[in-house]
Design a protein around this ligand. Structure first.
Ligand code: F0G
Length: 464
């Protein structure tokens, strides 16, 4: 039985009309977009769950804060509003604004990593991984084995396997490891959280070896909420206190502010020492902008400062996570296989189990994207072989990822619970006709950059 959903803790002040395109319009859009969800136009979509990044609704306090934006090139008031919010909410003394998360990654990996280096991770997301490749370094996944079993229930499937991490450090050597990074929540593995206990354990290992620990903190508040719900020792702590305790384990964070911090554009690096701050600044000035705006307008800094304070509102977060779970429960009722337990920002359908008759080399997650778009004008995204397969440099053979997922990312404060019901019904309809879906996809074009295929690929269906 699906439980009655928690009502939205907001009311709607401004509406953005969305329309349902008819079948012919959908087919045309697929053709023009080369069957790639990134190739579709917003006007051809009814419910857009491509990403939860930059797509949330700002609060009235954020809109009001825009008017306070100080656009001074250096030393703007708005930078200090951000600096104060970072100190209050996250406890870091230094903040570098960037235009979004991958810009923070460019600054961090471009400054600290070099050819032949290794970055131990739980699992990096696509752009993070691409930035590591870009400096000819390699990420090493050290996530627990349960992360690769979609049906296995585990409260913290994003956790690092500390033994794997220790083995990686021993195998590659401390000198090849400029930093360790943990993504909270683990986006590539289903939006799954990392426990505070695990963060502390990894922090201990990092300190022992003298390696800085970074968090990729895009979804740090959702991660802290799962800790509150699932980690016994934290049950009576506030969301804000748990978030702070998580931050205390790290030397620095990179953050896409387009997720939990509730802005349409923005990112940042936060750190504790002046030495690291100073080391990172030259690359910020080269690629982003001066140290106190980093590629953002003053008004963006204000919206971000306010968003950081709002993300720890417990009523907001309780509904946010409950809404994602509601969609999961409705899909579960319809028998649709997805990564359990439900993650923080998205449902990750197990495309390999949904379409077991389509081989992974024919991109079942992306076939599912097409079919769900056809069914309900809903846009999600395949996160399987197309996004994560890489060619072995020595043998030229394709190394396929262990998971073949299709993600429905839920935008913050944007869609209603009844939209979730529509999405579930459409996907259950596709599930009922899954055996009739008998085609695969060929890549007709892909950009010649490692790790970026899925964004720009032209796909062509072929009968299996
Ligand atoms: N880290 C994580 C965990 C992310 O999920 C993303 C973006 C980034 C870094 C990069 O941040 O987009 O601001 O440059 N994820 C989006 C997604 C795009 O759809 O999950 P960005």
């Amino acid at each position: 039985m699906v439980e009655r959903i928690m009502p939205e803790p907001f009311r709607i002040k401004m509406v953005e009309p969305v329309r349902v395109p008819d079948g012919a319009q959908r087919e045309k859009a697929l053709e023009i977009g080369h069957c790639n969800m990134f190739g579709l136009r917003s006007e051809d979509i009814y419910i857009d769950l491509l990403t939860d990044s930059g797509t949330g609704a700002m609060s009235k306090q954020q809109w009001a804060a825009l008017m306070r934006g100080d656009e001074a090139y250096a030393g703007a008031d708005s930078f200090f509003a951000l600096k104060n919010a970072v100190k209050d909410v996250l406890g870091f003394d230094y903040v570098i604004p960037t235009h979004q998360g991958r810009a923070a990654e460019n600054v961090v990996f471009g400054t600290l990593a070099k050819k032949g280096d290794i970055i131990p991770f739980n699992m990096p997301f696509d752009t993070t991984r691409a930035h590591i490749f870009n400096v000819e370094a390699e990420p090493v996944d050290c996530v627990i084995d349960e992360a690769f079993e979609p049906e296995v229930q585990h409260p913290f499937k994003g956790n690092v396997d500390v033994a794997k991490l220790e083995r990686a450090i021993a195998e590659y050597g401390r000198e090849r490891i400029p930093l360790i990074m943990i993504t909270v929540t683990n986006n590539s593995g289903g939006g799954q959280p990392v426990s505070l206990e695990n963060l502390r354990a990894v922090s201990g290992v990092a300190k022992k070896h003298g390696i800085p620990l970074f968090l990729d903190a895009a979804r740090m508040a959702e991660n802290a909420w799962f800790i509150k719900m699932r980690e016994e020792s934290c049950r009576n702590m506030s969301l804000a206190a748990i978030l702070r305790a998580c931050m205390d384990t790290a030397d620095a964070i990179t953050c896409s502010a387009k997720k939990d911090p509730l802005v349409n554009i923005g990112g940042m690096i936060c750190c504790r020492t002046e030495a690291l701050y100073q080391a990172l600044l030259p690359r910020v000035i080269l690629f982003e902008g001066f140290a106190t705006y980093g590629g953002l307008a003053g008004r963006d800094l204000e919206a971000l400062a306010q968003g950081l304070r709002e993300m720890t509102d417990e009523q907001y977060m309780a509904h946010r996570v409950a809404q994602v779970k509601y969609l999961g429960d409705l899909l579960e009722e319809g028998g649709v296989p997805f990564v359990k337990p439900t993650g923080g920002h998205a449902i990750f359908i197990d495309a390999a189990a949904f379409l077991p008759h389509i081989p992974q080399t024919a991109y079942p997650a992306d076939v599912l994207s097409i079919e769900i778009y056809r069914e309900g004008a809903i846009r999600g995204i395949g996160l399987g072989a197309l996004a994560f397969a890489i060619e072995d440099e020595k043998t030229g053979k394709l190394i396929l990822p262990k998971l073949e997922l299709y993600r429905l990312a839920i935008n913050r404060r944007t869609y209603t619970n009844s939209h979730m019901e529509y999405v579930a019904e459409s996907i259950v309809n596709v599930y009922k006709r899954r055996e009739k879906i008998r085609y695969g996809l060929k890549v007709e074009y892909a950009p010649p950059v490692k790790g970026l295929h899925h964004f720009l690929a032209h796909l062509k269906p072929y009968t299996l």
